[in-house]
Design a protein around this ligand. Structure first.
Ligand SMILES: Cc1ncc(COP(=O)(O)O)c(C=O)c1O
Length: 382
């Protein structure tokens, strides 16, 4: 059959079938959620209401291939205030419907069918589906678990070939939490455009700040992706952005045409953005504190566990502990599911040596605490 995804088996896998059955019986502690609205995290509705009033009163469709200028100005201010600050030009910002859409635009911007992109091995599952849309190859580069999942620079260099068009970096990384805090010599050596996804930037844990990668590598073309899904817990309002640094500026005219082809960013969400930044930070801080509280609880509870090795992540909102004494991740997650605990197996995120689980520290704290206790007890004497 012609078309995309024809090679995939799209029927629910064994994990999903078991999950649905188990949900029906109740008493399931779910530690897999990345959806803030399912975990009681709601951007203050009164702020959204207040901010949207002007939109309804003055509504005009004024399409701009870059997006609403006031929204872009607010984004520039956000980067200028990061640590270290990053100076961007409003004309180097492009508003999109989401970070995921932004990736798809950049894959089309930077590569032709048959070209390849370097992507971390262990990563949240999205890139493969986007790459297939453009018939691109994803070449995995390794992360070094023993060094806190840092980029394995020799592995990154070895993954590149003459058809490599860009490197994908997620910092803080999903699901390992690794943050790129220093310039990466291998990136400079490759000299390729870097797409850096920093949707978890506010969620620092082991490091004090998440530096914008574009500030660490001013000489490389860096295309920074972010959006309001994670930053403001507003995945349903559909707004993301691409920020080009000066070294990437020559890409702007073609990106302008690409974005103009869809103009998918919602006008209401664009207009809200300045007020999300100006009044939403106390709410963001509350989310960050919840995640930190959950991570600290888990690390304390699991410390010295005979089978679970959890290290403090640099940031993000997940834990990705290694599990000793279990070879089969499927058997492990089914064992836990039968005991009322839902977690993701490591292989959902790529092929890493050893056995891992993914736990989301975005989870409502009482559910998270109960889940960690159950995990600890279930694996004490498996
Ligand atoms: C690292 C990372 N980037 C991007 C996204 C998707 O963001 P958006 O909702 O803006 O498409 C996710 C969603 O989980 C993510 O984990």
């Amino acid at each position: 059959m012609p078309g995309v995804y024809t090679q995939l088996d799209l029927s629910p896998n064994a994990f999903e079938q078991a999950r649905q059955q188990r949900i029906a019986t109740g008493d399931l502690l779910d530690l897999t959620s990345s959806n803030p609205t399912a975990q009681g995290l709601f951007f203050p509705p009164e702020l959204l209401q207040q901010a949207s009033e002007a939109f309804w009163a003055t509504r005009r469709y004024q399409p701009d291939p870059h997006g609403n200028p006031a929204a872009r100005t607010a984004i520039c201010r956000y980067y200028a205030e990061r640590t270290p600050g990053l100076e961007l030009d409003v004309d180097d910002i492009f508003l999109t419907a989401s970070t995921s859409e932004a990736y798809a635009l950049l894959f089309a911007l930077l590569a032709d069918p048959g070209d390849n992109l370097l992507a971390p091995n262990v990563t949240y599952p999205l890139f493969e589906y986007l790459a297939e849309l453009r018939q691109l190859e994803l070449r995995p580069y390794p992360l070094n678990e023993a060094e806190g999942w840092r980029i394995d620079e020799a592995g990154l260099l070895a993954a590149a070939n003459r058809r490599t068009r860009a490197v994908l970096i997620v910092s803080p990384h999903n699901p390992t939490g690794a943050v790129v805090s220093q310039p990466v010599a291998a990136l400079a050596q490759l000299g390729l455009p870097v797409i850096c996804d920093e949707v978890f930037a506010p969620f620092s844990y082991g490091v004090a700040h998440v530096p914008p990668l574009a500030a660490l590598h001013p000489d490389l073309p860096v295309l920074t992706l972010n959006g309001i899904s994670k930053l403001f817990a507003l995945p349903d309002l559909k707004l993301g952005w691409i920020a080009l640094n000066q070294a990437a500026r020559s890409l702007a005219p073609r990106l302008e045409l690409l974005n103009d082809t869809f103009l998918s960013a919602n006008s209401l969400s664009q207009q809200l953005l300045p007020q999300l930044f100006s009044s939403g930070m106390p709410f963001v801080q509350g989310m960050v504190e919840r995640v930190r509280h959950n991570l600290t609880l888990a690390l304390t509870q699991l410390h010295n566990h005979p089978h679970i090795h959890a290290r403090p992540p640099d940031g993000g909102y997940y834990l990705f502990p290694a599990i000793r004494g279990w070879e089969d991740e499927d058997a492990l997650v089914h064992f836990l599911m039968q005991r009322g605990l839902l977690v993701h197996p490591g292989y959902f995120y790529g092929e890493v040596p050893g056995t891992h689980l993914m736990l989301s520290a975005l989870t409502t704290p009482n559910v998270f605490a109960a889940g960690i206790e159950r995990l600890r007890d279930c694996l004490k004497n498996p």
